[in-house]
Design a binder for this molecule. Structure first.
Ligand code: DGL
Length: 237
């Protein structure tokens, strides 16, 4: 029988990781749960995010998952430590902004690199520590975006046309003339091509590496299509 894994995000962002799960053919039964009605988490408090995560974890425990992927940079930096303490019986894998890009072979020697992320991730202690550790001289310009995750949520999950609002949000980045832009929120890769062509930039999306790491940590085999994936957009419906 396949192992059961849970996937959590505030909204549709985690689907960008599901794409990679499918791409490598991780052999697991996946349960995706999100909190669509409270997107975005980017401006919310740590306490609120922890409370919502606990509800999502409780719903996933009913499905008997043994591993949970926090498919959200914001939730990872704000809650993963607490969740690991509260649920020692579960394995948690998170995703964090790729601030060590310049130390990685793929980023070696790159210039004009930017990183976009939510305000909550930007303001978190965990992100500040990561930045000090991996990019102490701030070679990567980090720009928090207030509305982009919500706009992507609306673009993907409704008929509302928000392209103009997305352009307005991306316009803030034009003055930096980035050559490479690290996507530090799981919602962003869902419109990676749009971002690349609008800003004439190359998007850096670490999601494939995250899923390869997940496969390694969990010992799950890869190479076959996943058996099953179940979605719930509202805390355990
Ligand atoms: N997708 C989430 C992330 O990776 C956050 C989106 C939100 O602000 O709710 O940070």
């Amino acid at each position: 029988m396949n192992k059961k894994i849970g996937i959590i995000d505030s909204g549709v962002g985690g689907l960008s990781l599901v794409q990679e799960i499918k791409r490598i053919g991780l052999e697991a039964n996946c349960y995706y749960i999100c909190d669509h009605q409270n997107v975005p988490y980017g401006g919310k408090t740590q306490q609120f995010m922890l409370e919502q995560s606990l509800k999502m974890v409780a719903a996933l425990k009913l499905k008997e998952v043994s591993l949970i992927l926090l498919a959200c940079n914001t939730l990872t930096v704000e809650t993963i430590e607490d969740l690991r303490k509260l649920y020692p019986e579960l394995q948690f894998v998170g995703i964090e902004p790729f601030i060590n890009y310049l130390n990685h072979p793929s980023g070696n020697g790159k210039q004009n690199v930017g990183l976009i992320l939510t305000e909550a991730t930007f303001n978190s202690k965990r992100f500040k520590n990561l930045q000090l550790k991996h990019d102490p001289n701030s070679k990567i310009k980090v720009v928090p975006l207030k509305n982009l995750a919500l706009l992507i949520e609306q673009k993907i999950s409704s008929d509302i046309n928000v392209d103009k609002e997305i352009d307005n949000e991306l316009n803030i980045l034009k003055e930096f003339e980035f050559d490479h832009l690290i996507l530090g929120c799981t919602h962003y890769p869902l419109i990676a091509e749009y971002i690349e062509s609008y800003l004439r930039v190359m998007a850096i999306d670490p999601h494939l590496q995250v899923i390869q790491q997940l496969a390694k940590l969990s010992g799950l085999p890869v190479g076959n299509p996943i058996n099953d994936i179940q979605f719930s957009s509202n805390l355990g419906d």
